[in-house]
Design a binder for this molecule. Structure first.
Ligand SMILES: C[S@@+](CC[C@H](N)C(=O)[O-])C[C@H]1O[C@@H](n2cnc3c(N)ncnc32)[C@H](O)[C@@H]1O
Length: 231
């Protein structure tokens, strides 16, 4: 835990993420409108299915601060097999792709138009260790049975029931030393409820509340504990 706090949460080293942040700046200026297919909790701001890329990057993409945490978990713990539920424009995926060539990120996106832009973004960043799957989580996850992941980043459907369902899948497919990261644990009443239930789960001994992220790990043999980490 102490190592996690110092090396992942408090670590202020910049790391090589400038290209990702340059891409974010470009996307923020991109006024192209695309038609999105929403398989998740929907938008709290928008009732149509037309979205400007600039708005998607502002409202749906991981922030630089959160992204750096994703990158450091992957690098510090030398994680290799990573799964992301919800690619969006691929900024979270880019952070998860880590520094080592041993990393492989599988990322799932239900909206084909959004996934196409993410693909262009990976090409622009010369990221080659990402496998993109386009389809509904429920469908794609059935093809990933039998695989275990070192990190599962749940950043898709922010409703209570689907979050609990994907969490159940994640626990069954998590490697012994792996991490589950849940985004937006304080986004809504349903997500607060989801996090309360998930952190009480007896199969995972360590849970960490970073306000936006909830991070869990099995850590067998360790006493069950929940940490609230400020950064
Ligand atoms: C918050 S965004 C992901 C942001 C991204 N992980 C990042 O860090 O930049 C959530 C994405 O999940 C996708 N999504 C939500 N529910 C889904 C589902 N059931 N199946 C497939 N994709 C889904 C949405 O289309 C949306 O693009």
């Amino acid at each position: 835990m102490y190592r996690f706090y110092l090396d992942v949460v408090r670590n202020r080293k910049k790391g090589k993420v400038q290209e990702i942040e340059n891409l974010r700046k470009q996307l923020k200026k991109n006024k192209t409108i695309i038609e999105v297919t929403d398989l998740g909790a929907g938008s709290r701001r928008n009732s149509t299915n037309k979205r400007k890329i600039a708005d998607i990057v502002k409202h749906a993409s991981v922030s630089e601060k959160q992204g750096r945490i994703l990158r450091r978990i992957v690098d510090v713990y030398a994680l290799e097999n990573i799964l992301e539920l919800g690619t969006s424009l691929g900024l979270g995926t880019a952070y998860l792709s880590g520094q080592s060539s041993n990393v492989k990120v599988t990322t799932i996106e239900g909206c084909p138009e959004t996934a196409k832009i993410a693909q262009n973004n990976f090409e622009q960043l010369s990221i080659q260790n990402v496998v993109q799957k386009v389809g509904a989580f429920d469908e794609v996850l059935t093809h990933l049975d039998g695989v275990t992941f070192d990190l599962i980043y749940m950043d898709g459907n922010h409703r209570l029931a689907p979050t609990l369902k994907y969490f159940e899948w994640a626990v069954e497919h998590l490697s012994e030393e792996g991490f589950i990261i849940l985004d937006d644990i304080n986004w809504s009443k349903e997500m607060i409820e989801a996090w309360e239930r998930i952190k009480a789960d007896k199969r995972l001994n360590v849970s960490m509340d970073l306000f936006r992220f909830g991070i869990l790990s099995k850590r067998e043999g360790q006493r069950k504990q929940n940490f609230v980490l400020k950064y």
